[in-house]
Design a protein around this ligand. Structure first.
Ligand code: SF4
Ligand code: SF4
Length: 176
């Protein structure tokens, strides 16, 4: 397949993933029984600007990092690879009363939040079944419909993290 065809297919998959999120996942979020924004069991990856904004930190990054290292920063944040990882406490910009994100639609919202739980990655669809709104079979049908009858969908769970499922495209056999 030519690289432009690959790109076209990747774009189709990304659009199909976004459409599935919009039609099926996002409408369920307000009544979700275990919101991903509570960061349990999910881990939120953040850059410094996001940490500073969400946790309303006034000090400089170096001072914050020192505090974190000394165990005096927010207990739910770990630093690594120039980034920060929050886990175990609700995201500070999650509004429990309305079960919604206060930075929804804003550039400060972490990319991982928009990707979760269904996103395109290198010509495949990755779905995280820890989101109760995702139905593996229905998602496969959705993607199959988006890419058309020339492809069949092969769905495979990660052996170590079985809640992570990859949907790959295989060329369908032409009718005999
Ligand atoms: S786990 Fe799924 S349904 Fe629940 S809040 Fe997160 S994206 Fe929405
Ligand atoms: S930034 Fe918004 S979507 Fe992301 S975890 Fe926090 S509240 Fe949820």
């Amino acid at each position: 397949m030519s690289s432009s065809n690959h790109r076209r297919l990747d774009n189709e998959l990304a659009s199909a993933a976004a459409a599935y999120q919009a039609s099926t996942v996002i409408p369920h979020c307000p009544q979700c029984s275990n919101s991903c924004c509570r960061l349990d069991p999910l881990v939120l990856e953040l850059n410094w600007k996001q940490v500073r904004t969400f946790w309303r930190i006034d000090e400089a990054r170096a001072a914050f990092d020192r505090q974190l290292k000394a165990g005096q920063g927010p207990q739910e944040i770990r630093a690594g690879n120039g980034l920060y990882y929050a886990h175990g406490k609700p995201c500070p910009v999650f509004d429990e009363a309305t079960a919604s994100c206060s930075v929804y639609g804003q550039p400060i919202k972490p990319a991982g939040c928009s990707d979760f739980p269904v996103y395109e990655d290198g010509g495949t669809i990755v779905a995280d079944l820890r989101c109760e709104a995702v139905d593996r079979t229905a998602l496969s049908s959705w993607i199959a419909q988006a890419v058309g009858e020339n492809y069949r969908i092969v769905s495979k769970a990660d052996p170590d993290f079985p809640f992570l499922v990859t949907l790959s495209l295989k060329k369908a056999k032409p009718p005999a």
